[in-house]
Design a binder for this molecule. Structure first.
Ligand SMILES: *Cc1c(COP(=O)(O)O)cnc(C)c1O
Length: 500
């Protein structure tokens, strides 16, 4: 049993406004030794405020402590394992940051003339080349800003090709193990979605796919490895079935952390895919910051890629807008450049062998966790894991403890929760992805925590149901928080006025 209080780390920090007391200042200066000037006479009275309503008056140390304490409220990859499945929350080497913040790159402006952007363009061209090699595809666009945006771009490419052939078709087939963004994407691009159930091993049911595939189907959107962390071992046959009826295969490549350096989607029949550079290729993510959903295609889709494309003119790079079949721009300028720089830095720092090692370590770590936890948690799909493993809360549910409760208890043990209740085909899912950046010590701590929680569930389920105990706030009323969020602070005075 762990301590129920960690007073200093967990005290409830008031709003800075609530610490205010009149006359307190964050600085002290010696008395003026020059004549005082009234700011109103210098700046004009209309530019000077007598008072800022509700402005906090606090000392320097109060200010520093306030923000430092707030910074400890958040879990971060710099604190420990971040096992969110499907998110690939790997540690991002600091050298990537160093490179991305190089002045010439950080201050590059998208309106700079091409002649002054040659270095930035070289970086993008080199990254496109690396990603094409890693995926086994022919061409890459770096424009899409996130994975879901890459999906949309990819399906628009499929639609353009089919339209050119004379029929955009009606449906996209999507396995039930897909990420939720896949059906959303197909729908956004004007397609109906038809679900393909998985078989008992968590793989696409090939017979059902064969039945569903006809000339009204534009293509298949498949995640590989899928969201169960299982490699679709029939992928070659699957792509052949889709191609035989004139459809195209889109691969959601968000799980490429399990394949880089080992297997190439281009080699197993994929026509178009996206990569989450912010997941697989190391950019801090998860807070809604910039990402990159680079899209890689085979030759037959290249003419439709978003413009501008880069082309070589003599010994210079130039942007080519003269692409009559292009779907046009999907984003202002050329993509989230800083993320692209980090991705290339990561790829170059690892090299081909290093990338392959990272993949092998990611898969090893996931399988280690799976083996260690299998005696304690139900594992509904038994096929070998790739980069993540998915348990269900079936055993704990018998004691009334669900995946969300276990996740909250995990916070008391000092870990960020795993992904809760996803993928949907696993009832009460615990989806765990350690990534390659975790060492054995950290993984063992995590495994011990989950084993300890499983034991707590057996001995005292109420204890787990009350967690977390060590956070400032314990269980919140999630429904009220979602329905009536208080997202803005207002000075007490203003609150009073509003009430009037
Ligand atoms: C993360 C993820 C996405 C969506 O990527 P975003 O960058 O969040 O838009 C799509 N599919 C899978 C399998 C993912 O894990």
């Amino acid at each position: 049993m762990i301590l129920k209080t960690r007073p200093h780390l967990t005290q409830n920090e008031p709003l800075l406004f609530e610490s205010s007391s009149p006359g307190k200042k964050g600085y002290q200066l010696p008395p003026l030794d020059v004549p005082a000037v009234d700011p109103k006479t210098v700046l004009g009275a209309e530019h000077v405020r007598d008072e800022i309503e509700g402005f906090p008056e606090v000392s320097e140390v109060e200010t520093i402590r306030h923000f430092t304490r707030l910074s400890t409220w958040n879990y971060a990859i710099d604190l420990g394992l971040y096992p969110l499945g499907s998110c690939t929350m790997k540690y991002n080497p600091r050298v990537n940051e160093l490179v991305a913040r190089t002045e010439a790159l950080a201050w590059a402006h998208p309106y700079q003339p091409e002649s002054l952007s040659q270095g930035a363009m070289e970086i993008m061209a080199e990254l496109e080349r690396c990603l094409a090699e890693i995926t086994g595809m022919d061409a890459v666009t770096l424009q899409p800003a996130a994975g879901a945006h890459g999906e949309m771009t990819g399906i628009m490419l499929i639609r353009s090709l089919l339209e050119k052939r004379g029929d955009a078709r009606k449906k996209i087939l999507i396995p039930d193990s897909a990420h939720g963004t896949n059906p959303a994407t197909a729908h956004m691009c004007g397609y109906a979605v038809q679900n393909i159930p998985s078989n008992a091993r968590g793989l696409v049911d090939v017979e059902l796919l064969e039945k569903a595939m006809d000339e009204t189907v534009a293509g298949l959107m498949i995640t590989n490895p899928n969201t169960l962390g299982v490699f679709e071992e029939n992928i070659v046959e699957i792509t052949k079935i889709v191609h035989a009826k004139g459809g195209l295969v889109y691969m959601d490549g968000a799980n490429m952390n399990a394949l880089v350096g080992i297997a190439r989607p281009g080699d197993f029949g994929v026509d178009v895919m996206h990569l989450n550079l912010h997941k697989t290729f190391s950019t801090p993510h998860g807070g809604g910051g910039p990402g990159s959903g680079a899209v890689a295609v085979k030759k037959h889709l290249e003419p439709f890629l978003p413009y501008p494309r880069m082309k070589r003119e003599g010994d210079q790079w130039a942007f080519n807008y003269d692409l009559p079949e292009s779907i046009g721009k999907v984003r202002a300028f050329y993509g989230n450049f800083g993320v692209l720089v980090r991705a290339l830095a990561y790829i170059m720092a690892h090299g081909g062998d290093g990338l392959r090692r990272a993949t092998m370590d990611a898969v090893l770590n996931a399988n280690y966790i799976r083996k260690m936890l299998e005696p304690y948690y139900d594992l509904p799909y038994k096929a070998p894991s790739m980069h993540e493993c998915v348990f269900s809360d079936d055993r704990q549910a018998k004691k009334g403890v669900r995946t969300g409760d276990i996740a909250k208890r995990l916070i008391d043990y000092g870990f960020h929760p795993y992904t809760v209740s996803f993928p949907l085909i696993v009832h009460g899912a615990l989806m765990i992805e350690p990534t390659e950046t975790e060492g054995k010590r950290e993984i063992d701590l995590f495994v011990e925590a989950l084993i300890s929680i499983a034991e707590e569930v057996d001995e005292d389920p109420q204890l787990v149901l009350g967690a977390p105990y060590l956070t400032r706030t314990s269980r919140v009323d999630e429904v009220t928080a979602a329905r009536k969020p208080i997202v803005r602070w207002r000075p007490q005075a203003a609150v009073g006025k509003a009430a009037d």
